[in-house]
Design a protein around this ligand. Sequence first.
Ligand SMILES: Nc1ncnc2c1ncn2[C@@H]1O[C@H](COP(=O)(O)OP(=O)(O)OP(=O)(O)O)[C@@H](O)[C@H]1O
Length: 365
Amino acid sequence: MSAPAGAPSSREDTSGQSRSASLAPTALSPNSSAREDTSGQSGGDLLAPTALSTAQGDAPAASAAGVVLDGVSLSIEGTSILREVSATLPPGTVTGLLGPNGAGKSSLLRIIAGIDRADAGSVTLDGAVVGQLRRREAARRIALLEQNVAPSVDLSVREVVLLGRIPHRSRLLGSFGSEDDLGVATEALAMVGAGDLIDRRWHTLSGGQQQRVQIARALAQRPSLLLLDEPTNHLDVSAQLSLLHQVRGLGLTSVLALHDLNLAAAYCDRVVLLQDGRVAAFGTPADVLRPEIIQAVYGVDCDIVPHPRTGRPVIVFSGPDEQPGPRTHSVSAPPASRDATSGPVDIRHTAPTGNSRHRTIEGTP
Ligand SMILES: Nc1ncnc2c1ncn2[C@@H]1O[C@H](COP(=O)(O)OP(=O)(O)OP(=O)(O)O)[C@@H](O)[C@H]1O
């Protein structure tokens, strides 16, 4: 499928804002938790049944609700960055976007957000082609929090979060920051456990506090699609778990680029595993996070054991100094998972084999 007519060239910023600007959506109801947190329970309850694996050759349903990626490809200066990425992400699900450094996660998020255009293929959100949405409409519907974002001027936390209300400001009045906006901003801060920061100056916050505030800004946009690029960066373990718990509780269609495979296993309904810009595997965490797939994509050995309480997969990595031994706990599916999406998983691009126990482990927890 080709790019929409009139699509600008690759990497063109169609938001009219800087790379740090976040966009986004509508109809976020923070108080209506559409899902249970399954991080401590049977995660399979939330696994929707319609995951598309490109390996299965199914044709994406362009009119479907949620997000449909259909053959998304991108090249920059002759280098292929994304290659025919296809996946269907049902509404309200949380998808982990995984892959080694440089696999294409951030590039794909920017295309899903409508900031960059694919050379080929399409992204639809609830049936609408994202690249054809008006900028303002895209900004209302899609929130993207990129890595290492920061306001260019010193603002208060309140002002930073209110930036998320800009797409909703009245064209007639031309202003924002009304009582309603303040209410939304306050609520968004509370949702990420940062309500006490509202009067602080941005530059006085720790890295983890800044990350929470940026996520609050994205939530203040009240998007229907939430895109977070490595949202757990800078967060301590408690804050990581809390954040992902809260993201699940939003009930939004969410896509999170993550490096921590165990967080993805614990909190995501699906994972898209990228390797060199291609989908190496797509499915539930139990489908994708298997030793042979992790070895093929990351070049590291691991064992998978079921979480003692949730049954979700837990990845136990083997460091370079650890002696090889028989795997005794590898599992193909956790007992508590009711996975309706299990299907063949394609490892299209197998990494070179060899003694992976002596490889450097990068990008793993
Ligand atoms: N503007 C650009 N110009 C040239 N190459 C780029 C540009 N942006 C990204 N790339 C390249 O595209 C590839 C994918 O980058 P991307 O940032 O999407 O990967 P990633 O999976 O998010 O990586 P990481 O985990 O390190 O954040 C990399 O090889 C990167 O160097």
